[in-house]
Design a protein around this ligand. Structure first.
Ligand code: SAH
Length: 366
């Protein structure tokens, strides 16, 4: 983010400093390297057999922010590494603390884009909401993230650096849960999301148990099948929002054709194969899907289906054509579903005072 005002050495001090290069740093970031690819670092001049493991531990366990911090590598080896690689590619831009303990974190990517992560401490867990893309192509009519469409995918390293950053910002609050519920549709950036999850889950990476990771998706059937093929058994949350395909297509214009039955069948296959938790998410909006008719249709669709239904009272976003539901209506919907045998939870809104609920922060703060 900040560039040195003047070159560190070799410059004539009487001449004005050359303007900083505008091209982004061409060196690949170590956070983008798949864990096995660290082996290539054994070929660096001055490297020993165990050098790749040492560097990998510096990046993922010891949290080095730059090569100079890797003090047990020889100076020439550090210089060789530094010439070819940087450690990270994003930097903290700003933090937004909420009264309820939620912390919104904006980081700046090396091309100037800004992404948002949200740290949500609760009594017995501390959840980090991760972004997977800059913007989102699904453009849900109620969601702040996609209103400008999608700018680009995040690399695996950019996804993972959100975790490193929040660990550094809140060392006293160890993270316990990781949800891909920031901006972006994870299945539109599946290769990088899965690469990030592999590093998250591996012992040589961040050592996070699969059951602590949730991928939230609009649930295209083919994408769900691909998720089912991934051997790491992370949780999946399916953003349903409506029990009717036509209404889903209206609410989620970038979704394409909605085929709920195919999506639910694909998600069920994944659930049954892994015996993992599947959540159905419904963002509840006044006059859209907060009535008993919606409740009946949800019950018809989900009867006997092995999932937890999570009702998310809509978090107001300036300029979007929706209204928050009355709490009593959300409770009545939860009761209706519960009485029909569907396990149902209602999500408490967090971070509303600083606008970090569901992708609102980035819109206001950059
Ligand atoms: N693209 C992924 C992740 C989105 S964020 C997905 O669609 O699942 C996680 C959940 O929050 C999604 O269900 C999303 O629809 C919901 N959401 C987004 N904006 C919201 C808002 N303003 N209020 C309530 N829920 C919202």
């Amino acid at each position: 983010m900040s560039r040195p005002e003047s070159p560190k050495s070799g410059a004539d001090a009487t001449r004005p400093a050359p303007s900083p290069p505008s091209a982004p740093d061409p060196r690949p970031a170590l956070t983008d390297l798949p864990l096995d690819d660290f082996d290539v670092l054994a070929e660096l001049p001055g490297a020993r057999k165990f050098t790749p493991k040492q560097i990998r531990a510096w990046v993922w366990q010891r949290g080095a922010r730059n090569v100079d911090a890797m003090t047990d590598l020889s100076k020439p080896l550090r210089a060789a590494l530094n010439e070819r690689y940087r450690v990270r590619r994003s930097a903290l831009s700003s933090t937004h603390p909420s009264n309820d303990g939620t912390l919104g974190v904006l980081s700046r990517l090396d091309d100037g884009e800004v992404i948002e992560s949200v740290s949500i401490p609760e009594e017995r867990r501390h959840t980090l909401c991760l972004s997977s893309q800059v913007g989102c192509a699904v453009r849900c009519s109620f969601c702040a993230s996609g209103q400008q469409g999608v700018t680009r995918n995040l690399s695996a390293g950019e996804i993972l650096e959100q975790i490193l950053l929040v660990r550094e910002l809140r060392p006293e609050l160890p993270l316990s849960n990781y949800v891909f519920m920031g901006s972006g549709e994870p299945t539109h950036n599946l290769a990088n999301v899965l690469a990030a999850i592999r590093v998250m889950n591996a012992d040589e990476g961040l050592g996070i148990g699969a059951r602590r990771i949730t991928v939230s998706t609009v649930g295209n059937p083919a994408a769900l099948t691909k998720l089912a093929e991934e051997p790491i058994p992370f949780h999946v949350a399916l953003s349903l929002h409506s029990p009717e395909d036509a209404q889903r297509e209206q609410l989620m214009p970038g979704l394409g054709r909605s085929d709920l039955r195919a999506s639910l069948a694909a998600a069920r296959e994944r659930f049954e194969r892994n015996h993992r938790r599947l959540t159905i998410e419904v963002a509840v909006m006044a006059g859209v899907n907060d009535d008993t008719r919606t409740g009946h249709a949800l019950i018809e669709l989900l009867r006997g289906y092995p999932a937890i239904v999570n009702l998310i009272p809509w978090n107001p976003v300036d300029g979007l054509p929706h209204r928050a539901p009355e709490a009593a209506k959300v409770d009545a919907l939860a009761d209706q579903l519960g009485a029909a045998g569907l396990t149902t939870t209602v999500r408490r809104p967090r971070g509303q005072d600083v606008g970090v609920a569901c992708g609102q922060l980035r819109r206001h703060a950059h």
